[in-house]
Write a protein that binds this ligand. Structure first.
Ligand SMILES: CC(C)(COP(=O)(O)OP(=O)(O)OC[C@H]1O[C@@H](n2cnc3c(N)ncnc32)[C@H](O)[C@@H]1OP(=O)(O)O)[C@@H](O)C(=O)NCCC(=O)NCCS
Length: 173
């Protein structure tokens, strides 16, 4: 039975094994460590478990659009153990994370990823909110968002993220 819960400190170690398994070509372990060390309340980190085994992880970093209050969240990274992919775990992590951040009055979630995948969870191309670094042309459609709470005005401007996200390598192929 798959369960989803908030991550705790003891989950970091198994995640440092899960990430290289899910992303053999990319090292996200430094980012995952940073996310675990973020100030209280800044990052929502969820794990998917089967028994006491961790099979998936997602993080949502709360952030601002330009000088607006903190009403946005950045979804990343998302990983599911290679042996457990394509069973709905990724989508379940996304759905549970969005439910929890919406309860915290987060109005919009941003993501940089495959539109074929994220459109299945309701994301679509984002043009008004700019990522922190210019994206390569071939990634233009990969910058997406979903509105969780309707607002009178659509927020526009640069996305302002905590310092551990401000690394160009995280935004380039
Ligand atoms: C991408 C990822 C998070 C998806 O999680 P998941 O639990 O495997 O996916 P879900 O079961 O929620 O969704 C399945 C659907 O997603 C798409 N999908 C997922 N993985 C795919 C893959 N490797 N190739 C093609 N489509 C894929 C398909 O549409 C699939 O539906 P289908 O099986 O009916 O064709 C997971 O496969 C993963 O960790 N991959 C490696 C890391 C990565 O690329 N992360 C990107 C997010 S930053």
């Amino acid at each position: 039975m798959i369960a989803i819960r908030k991550a705790d400190e003891a989950d970091l170690e198994p995640l440092l094994t899960l990430y290289p398994d899910a992303f053999p070509d990319e090292d996200l372990t430094a980012l995952v460590r940073d996310l675990f060390q973020a100030p209280e309340g800044e990052v929502l980190s969820l794990v998917a478990t089967i028994g006491d085994q961790i099979v998936g992880h997602v993080a949502f970093t709360l952030c601002n659009v330009d000088d607006r209050p903190r009403t946005a969240a950045m979804l990343a990274p998302l990983a599911v153990a290679s042996a457990m992919q394509r069973r709905g775990i990724g989508k379940a992590l996304i759905a549970e994370g969005m439910r929890l951040v919406k309860a915290e009055k987060i109005e919009q979630v941003l993501v940089l990823g495959d539109p074929k995948y994220y459109s299945q969870s309701g994301f679509s191309a984002e043009q008004a909110i700019a990522p922190p670094y210019p994206l390569p042309l071939e990634w233009a459609g990969a910058w997406q968002s979903i509105k969780l709470i309707e607002t009178a005005q659509n927020p526009a401007g640069p996305l302002r993220l905590p310092v551990y996200w401000m690394k160009p390598a995280l935004w380039a192929p």
